[in-house]
Every structure is written in structure tokens, then in C-alpha cells.
Ligand binder design. Structure first.
Ligand code: ATP
Length: 258
């Protein structure tokens, strides 16, 4: 198991946004996290990536306890994440976004980021090379000099994926990778996610688009009101009465609002 989460809990005041969740991910798998709005999915990602400190429970990554590690250290160990709405600099180019983003994620502070030692310069050259490699992987090399403000939502999603790749991750956490893109573009993003897994990466993704999840995921975990209510293959989840009751009752491809 590349990731092993035990009894993970995060309370915000009196609210248990994540409640005693157990979760295991096998290396190379695509593991989806689904659940109604407010189920705790984003908070769960924030805990794994170190953006929030858990109230209790443990998170093990490659056998190492990362429960209390800061986000930049977790990024260096090999976990990268994307955000629901792409948090890119609209006025900068695609390439600059990857270079800046990479440094913001892996440096511990502003001082570290601006101190230009010889080692820093070498690392900067490396981050430029990594940015080009990531753009090629995401099939958007031709966009490197475009301003983010000039590209489509789907292209921004690809840039967000590329940004995650620049930190050399082994596990990528994708938060609603297909939100706000049309069905044809969703298929293209699905292909890219499969390509990531085929290249050896492990992928966890939060997504509301059920048809995408069902065709893409090796396993699915279902959260409801912070708690894990089911876990299994897409087929098992589709036939699970508890899940149908809590979540899949709607005929539509969108989540049930609670
Ligand atoms: N920083 C915070 N402070 C207080 N409450 C929070 C915070 N972050 C999340 N919550 C609450 O925790 C609960 C879970 O939220 P979370 O965003 O993790 O759900 P989600 O499953 O990702 O929802 P969605 O599908 O709508 O993105 C919600 O009730 C939310 O209001």
C-alpha cells in the first residue's frame, strides 16, 4: 500500500468534517473518492497533503508517518495535489506558472525561494526542464508561451495536471479534475489520468461525474457526512444499497444535494 490512512478525523469546531476514516491505496491504482456536497472529500485531501493538520488518526505514505508533516515536506516526499478551481496565475504564461508553482510547493519559505545560491540556480534549470517534460506528457507543449488568461478551461485543467507532475510525485490527488468541462473534454482528461497511472503514478481523485468515475476507477470510497460508508470496485459501489440510498439515487450525472 502506498497510502494508508487510519481513523482519520478533522473537526472544525463542533463539526466533524472527516470522521474516523480508514483508507488504503495500492500503488498504481486509480482510487476515486465520491460523496454528496459537504461530505468531507476536499478536507480529506487537505489532510493527506498537509494543508490541514488532523484532529486525530494517522496517515502513512510509503511506510512513513506523514500525519504531522508540513505541506512542502509532503510534496517533496512525493504527494502532489490539484485544486477544484485551478489556482493559476492568469497573467503569467503556462511555462512560468509551472516554474513558479513548482517552487512555491517545494520551498519552505520566501527566503528560501528567493535566495539565489549556485544550488538554487541549478535547481531552477531543473525545474524548467521538468516543466517542459510535464507539458509534453499532458500534450500541451504548444501552449507553453500562452498566458493562462487566454487558454480554455480544459487546457487549464491540463496545466494543473502538469503542475502536479513537476514536483516528481508518486501519488497525485486530483480534486474534481473534470469540473466545468464538456463531455468530449472530460473523455480527454480521463485519457490523461489513465496515462498517469500507466506511467506508474498512483492517482486519487474526487469527482462528481459518475460515468467518468465508473469507467476510470479501480476502486471507489464513498464518504457521507465525514464518514466512510462504502468501499469497493465500481460495480460493487453501483450495487451497494447504502450508497444508492445516500448518494446514487439520482438518475442524473450530478450529485444529490444534501
Ligand atoms: N476550513 C474550514 N472551516 C470550517 N468548516 C469547514 C472548513 N473546510 C470545510 N469545512 C466544512 O466541512 C464540511 C466538509 O467540507 P468539504 O469541502 O471537505 O466537503 P466536500 O465533500 O469536498 O464538498 P464539495 O463536494 O461541495 O466540494 C462542510 O460542512 C464544510 O462546510
Amino acid at each position: 500500500m502506498i497510502l494508508k490512512v487510519e481513523n482519520l478525523t478533522k473537526s472544525f469546531g463542533g463539526l466533524r468534517a472527516v470522521n474516523e476514516v480508514n483508507f488504503e491505496v495500492k500503488k498504481g491504482d486509480i482510487h476515486a473518492i465520491i460523496g454528496p456536497n459537504g461530505a468531507g472529500k476536499s478536507t480529506f485531501f487537505n489532510l493527506i497533503s498537509g494543508f490541514h493538520r488532523p484532529t486525530s488518526g494517522t496517515i502513512m505514505f510509503k511506510g512513513e508517518d506523514i500525519t504531522k508533516m508540513p505541506a512542502n515536506k509532503i510534496a517533496k516526499l512525493g504527494i502532489a495535489r490539484t485544486f477544484q478551481t485551478t489556482n493559476l496565475f492568469e497573467d503569467e504564461t503556462v511555462l512560468d506558472n509551472l516554474i513558479i508553482g513548482n517552487r512555491l510547493r517545494t520551498k519552505s519559505g520566501l527566503f528560501d525561494a528567493i535566495l539565489r545560491t549556485k544550488r538554487e540556480k541549478r535547481e531552477e534549470m531543473e525545474s524548467i526542464q521538468k516543466a517542459y517534460d510535464a507539458l509534453e506528457f499532458m500534450e500541451i507543449s504548444d501552449l507553453s508561451d500562452e498566458r493562462i488568461g487566454n487558454i480554455t478551461q480544459e487546457q487549464k485543467k491540463r496545466v494543473a495536471f502538469a503542475l502536479a507532475l513537476t514536483t516528481d510525485p508518486e501519488l497525485v490527488l486530483l480534486d474534481e479534475p473534470a469540473a466545468g468541462v464538456n463531455p468530449g473534454e472530460t473523455d480527454g482528461l480521463s485519457t490523461l489520468i489513465k496515462k498517469m497511472a500507466e506511467s506508474g503514478l498512483t492517482v486519487c481523485l474526487i469527482e462528481h461525474k459518475m460515468s467518468m468515475i465508473m469507467s476510470l476507477a479501480d476502486r471507489i470510497v464513498v464518504l457521507n457526512q465525514g464518514a466512510r460508508i462504502a468501499e469497493g470496485t465500481p460495480k460493487e459501489i453501483q450495487n451497494n444499497p447504502v450508497v444508492i440510498e445516500a448518494y446514487l439515487g439520482s438518475e442524473e450525472d450530478e450529485p444529490v444535494k444534501v
